[in-house]
Design a protein around this ligand. Sequence first.
Ligand SMILES: NC(=O)c1ccc[n+]([C@@H]2O[C@H](COP(=O)([O-])OP(=O)(O)OC[C@H]3O[C@@H](n4cnc5c(N)ncnc54)[C@H](O)[C@@H]3O)[C@@H](O)[C@H]2O)c1
Length: 386
Amino acid sequence: MENEVRLGIIGLGNMGQFYARAILDGEVPGLKLTAVCDMDKDRVSAFEGVEPFTDTDELLKSGVVDAVHIATPHYFHTTLGIAALEAGLHVLVDKPVSVHKADCERLNAAHTNKDLVFCGMFNQRTDPHYLKLKSLIDNGELGEIRRIQWTVTDWFRTEAYYGSGAWRATWKGEGGGVLLNQCPHQLDLWQWLFGMPAEIYSQCDLGRFHDIEVEDAVTALMRYDNGTTGVFISTTGESPGVNRLEIACERGLVLLEDNEIRWTRNEVESSVFSQESDQGFAKPDSWNVEIPVDGNGEQHMGVFKNFTQAILKGEDLFCPAEDGIHSVELANAILYSGLKHEPIKLPLDSAEYEACLNKLIEESTHVKKVVETKVETNMSASFQKK
Ligand SMILES: NC(=O)c1ccc[n+]([C@@H]2O[C@H](COP(=O)([O-])OP(=O)(O)OC[C@H]3O[C@@H](n4cnc5c(N)ncnc54)[C@H](O)[C@@H]3O)[C@@H](O)[C@H]2O)c1
């Protein structure tokens, strides 16, 4: 254990298989895959040389792992996360950490033993573009942020995708649609970069582009206490889509698109210029700043490396699982506002939202079509692409 962490992966679908193969290929120094677990026997038996489990309880008490990664459908992130922490194991939970805020609260409350490393798979935090933006914001280089707009519509999904798993795009199996499956990364980055808004008002369309009961198109308006506004737009129904983040700030305009950060920098902060200029139509002088950024970072393997080093050497986590509650709260509040057609104040009432979701599950009449299709995970779609 001193130089090696023994890992079990729970859930061997698209993501679990990808992680298991990469770890078996030695991509994460110090991390050894010693067990896999899935209720599907064929998926488990495809991995030779590791302990196979079809029952999660057996894995958790087996003694063959020090840590688990949970890559099952989202609802199990909470129950399995709690069970693993209670079994004294380190836990890496995939996104979203839970389906709704009340489950996040339950999961976070189970992390009582702080010797256990509890990490979230927010792999896009390793992307140097977002790291650069974060340092520009945190160092005050951009001045106060006035407006944020993120259009992330390059999540196009087909009916075959939704039909590829009975749990997908159902209230009961997934608890939401594009906000909970595709957007957790951007919603996590949103709160990581800009903090949490005070109020959200949104339009959410349920099954607008697909034969599904959950949301596949959202437009949300956010308001911060200091007056900053935000617009977040996403859908799985547009092609071609875009991934464009625009930040209007005192020091100009920053645009992140196509793997490029373009900053038009004001010489003087815009509000200062407005107060001091004696000309009605004048604007601050500005120039284009080149910000060289290379690649998209280590992504998932970067998180596994950080998780491993946190266990072995006490390295600080760059995505503690506890942080995951914020992206879930944003997703829940956007959906809740869309369902109620009214603004939602944050912090969200977690019990009220859970009751609403339970009602949707209870009253669901949608008949889900499941088709046997092989759906490959297209992870590159989640990064800023050229
Ligand atoms: N971090 C990322 O970039 C990223 C990308 C895609 C998906 N994900 C997340 O990974 C998770 C899994 O997504 P997927 O696309 O791999 O799903 P999937 O449907 O392809 O696979 C899920 C697997 O979990 C197994 N499973 C279900 N319940 C289980 C249980 N209780 N115990 C053990 N195994 C169980 C299923 O048999 C299946 O093999 C989701 O929460 C999703 O949000 C993360």
